[in-house]
Design a protein around this ligand. Structure first.
Ligand code: ADX
Ligand code: SF4
Length: 251
């Protein structure tokens, strides 16, 4: 599907008016876009809350997930609990096997620890390229990002244009706090990743995620060896980020 600029702008306008609650935005989005919109799920607590909202609106709502090959067992477990409880078919995307084979042959299994550049290379192969394939048949995608999560997300909009991937991006719970998310999940008894009970507050790949201590930032356990302004894996880059990376400002 090729989405024209005009079409994107029309949807942007229509959806921006519906952002007073996550549910109203999702309902309008599903009504307008049907199977051309999908939720990107890492099965974080934010994503499972959104899955619960989405299936209430449309039991056939589309959900996709990127399997980097380095996820925690607890993540597969909650993905399975959610699949069974809500009867959804999750579309899993995997990285190109030749790219992964080449990377680990040339640089080993933990190259991402050696530099920000190597870490971004691993994320590019294991997450960003598969994301491109997942988005190729869509006009919009939904994420569980929140403003509170990090310095890089403070100005997040409910509805924005993803200029890198040329489609719309919806962040229905951008304004929610961590408490809002947990209240929702507990109230509706939505299955969640058991790593949260062990001090994790943000969960990505197993070797790049650790639990945090009291007082630490929510995303402090992600790529903890890097400084906060680097902590995006490329899934949520803007064109501006890509330009800065080219000129060396970001790496
Ligand atoms: S990341 O960019 O640092 O990895 P984060 O874990 O905060 O992102 O997740 C933010 C949102 O990105 C999630 O709510 C989800 O919508 C999407 N996302 C992150 N990782 C994945 C994944 N492996 N598969 C699908 N969507 C993902
Ligand atoms: Fe690779 Fe770590 Fe990025 Fe996962 S989070 S894709 S293991 S660098």
């Amino acid at each position: 599907v090729s989405t024209t600029e005009q079409e994107i702008n029309t949807y942007l306008e229509a959806l921006s008016e519906e952002a007073e609650s996550p549910q109203s935005l999702l309902r309008k989005a599903v009504e307008l876009l049907g199977s051309e919109i999908a939720l990107a799920s890492s099965f974080s607590v934010e994503d499972v809350a959104l899955i619960h909202m989405l299936v209430e609106i449309d039991p056939n709502a589309r959900v996709f997930a990127l399997d980097t090959g380095r996820l925690n067992d607890e993540t597969y477990q909650v993905a399975e609990d959610i699949r069974v409880k809500y009867g959804i078919n999750v579309r899993w995307y995997f990285p190109e096997k030749l790219k992964v084979q080449g990377l680990v042959r040339d640089k080993g299994l933990y190259s991402f620890r050696e530099s920000v550049e190597n870490r971004k290379e691993c994320c590019a192969i294991r997450k960003v390229e598969p994301l491109g394939r997942a988005l190729s048949s869509l006009k919009a995608w939904i994420t569980g990002q929140r403003r509170e999560q990090s310095v890089t997300r403070q100005t997040l909009e409910f509805v924005e244009i993803d200029s890198v991937n040329q489609l719309l991006k919806l962040n229905p719970i951008a304004a929610w706090t961590s408490n809002d998310v947990w209240d929702y999940v507990k109230r509706h008894e939505v299955p969640y990743n058991k790593l949260y009970d062990k001090g994790f507050t943000s969960i990505g790949c197993a070797p790049c995620t650790r639990a945090i201590s009291a007082g630490e930032d929510e995303r402090a356990g992600r790529w903890w060896w890097e400084s906060p302004e680097h902590k995006e894996c490329g899934l949520h880059f803007t064109e501006e980020d890509l330009k800065q990376a080219d000129t060396g400002d970001k790496t």
